[in-house]
Write a protein that binds this ligand. Structure first.
Ligand code: UD1
Length: 362
């Protein structure tokens, strides 16, 4: 029997862990999965909604660390996770993605001599000002087994001196969740609720500190949104960090005045899938959304200077545009007038990544 602690912490972790835990439950004679939630995200809309939407079992252990500075948050996760690992004595700990909880839990394991596997290893933006890039680099250096989504990630790891035998190219586990939930998401009423017609609206998400904590950058993005929203209505599910900085930077009035921009609360997995799969265009600074839109063939404009997911540009529908106002407006106008690229058939992004991960662990 292989006992595995599956760590979730923040919103983008839930859709990566759900298919893995489900696959382990299907092979219950071989695997005993536990779910540990660090509580890095804790709001109902940022966390609870995802458990029900993704059929993810309630966490066996909830650490409740909450929000704090990066150092305090990372340290709090480490302090609370260590006794759980000592008590449970797992054969493997599985961490996903690049959030603070990912690095914190990997570090606890390596210090205790417990094997740790990193899912979504090898992605690199080459931007060390991005907190996630540090989490990626360090987690990959210390993890025993590295599950990569695409061949570029393998190359990054090899170039950093990581031995080939620690690397397994398994594909993108988030896409397992997407394919599994796509049909169910069609029952979502979110588009009716917001009075939206398929392919006649855009979706925006924005939460990176480099975009929303900086008044100049955020201001340039708002300038662009004023123009783009005159061409197409934009729905904007607002991340709590962004809600906070809109108030702190004094942008409330400006945002309210943009007629075509509709702010809504953060959405659950199924509502959000329903929303972006029907959109004519997505504007985002998220990593995962670049992948999801590529798989569905929805044009995506990334409001960042770089991406750790280059395959979404070369094979998918993603365009890296940055945060220059004119460039955003030009890219959006082009996307609204051109025929969209077909859905990307990226190798191993096929809905069976969790099974390949289990095969490697077994
Ligand atoms: C984190 C991840 C980021 C990921 C994002 C997805 C790190 C370094 N960053 O960023 O990679 O893309 O999650 O959402 O791990 N807050 C709430 N309720 C919550 C969670 C957060 O109100 O449930 C507010 C708090 O004011 C908090 C702020 O949002 O201070 C930021 O949360 P935090 O977890 O520090 O980082 P994110 O920006 O969410």
């Amino acid at each position: 029997m292989i006992k595995v602690i599956n760590v979730v912490g923040a919103r983008p972790n839930f859709m990566k862990v759900a298919p893995i835990v489900e696959a382990m439950k299907r092979r219950e004679r071989e695997f005993t999965p536990l779910v540990v939630h660090t509580g890095q995200h804790y709001d109902a809309a940022m966390s609870d909604a995802f458990f029900s939407d993704l059929d993810l079992p309630k966490p066996d252990v909830y650490l409740g660390v909450g929000s704090a500075s990066h150092a305090v948050q990372t340290a709090a996760v480490m302090k609370q996770f260590e006794p759980v690992v000592i008590e449970e004595k797992p054969d493997w700990v599985l961490v996903v993605g690049d959030v603070n909880s990912t690095l914190a839990c990997a570090l606890v394991c390596v210090k205790l001599g417990v094997k740790v596997a990193h899912v979504e290893a090898g992605l690199r933006s080459r931007d060390r000002a991005m907190p996630e890039e540090i989490n990626r680099l360090l987690t990959d250096q210390i993890a025993d087994l590295l599950f990569t989504p695409s061949a570029d990630a393998d190359e990054n790891l090899l170039a950093e001196g990581i031995p080939r035998e620690r690397i397994r190219l398994v594909g993108n586990v988030m896409i397992d969740s997407l394919y599994k939930q796509l049909e169910r998401s069609r029952q979502s009423r979110i588009k009716d609720k917001l009075d939206l017609k398929d392919k006649r609206y855009a979706v925006l998400t924005l939460h990176r500190p480099s975009n929303v904590d900086n008044p100049l950058t955020f201001g340039r993005i708002l300038d662009a949104l004023e123009k783009v929203s005159a061409q197409v209505p934009i729905v904007f599910p607002v991340h709590p960090r962004t809600t906070k900085t809109i108030a702190e930077l004094g942008f409330d009035e400006r945002v309210k005045k943009i007629d075509g921009l509709r702010l809504v609360d953060p959405l659950g997995y199924l509502d959000f899938l329903s929303l972006y799969s029907g959109a004519q265009l997505v504007l985002t600074d998220s990593g995962g959304i670049q992948e999801e839109t590529s798989v569905l063939g929805v044009p995506c404009i990334t409001l960042r200077e770089n991406t750790e997911r280059p395959i979404t540009v070369t094979m998918g529908t993603n365009t890296i545009v940055g945060t220059n106002t004119d460039k955003i407006v030009a890219a959006a106008s082009a996307a609204l007038t051109q025929t969209a690229k077909p859905p990307a058939g990226i190798p191993l992004w096929d809905g069976h990544t969790a099974e390949r991960i289990l095969a490697a662990l077994a």
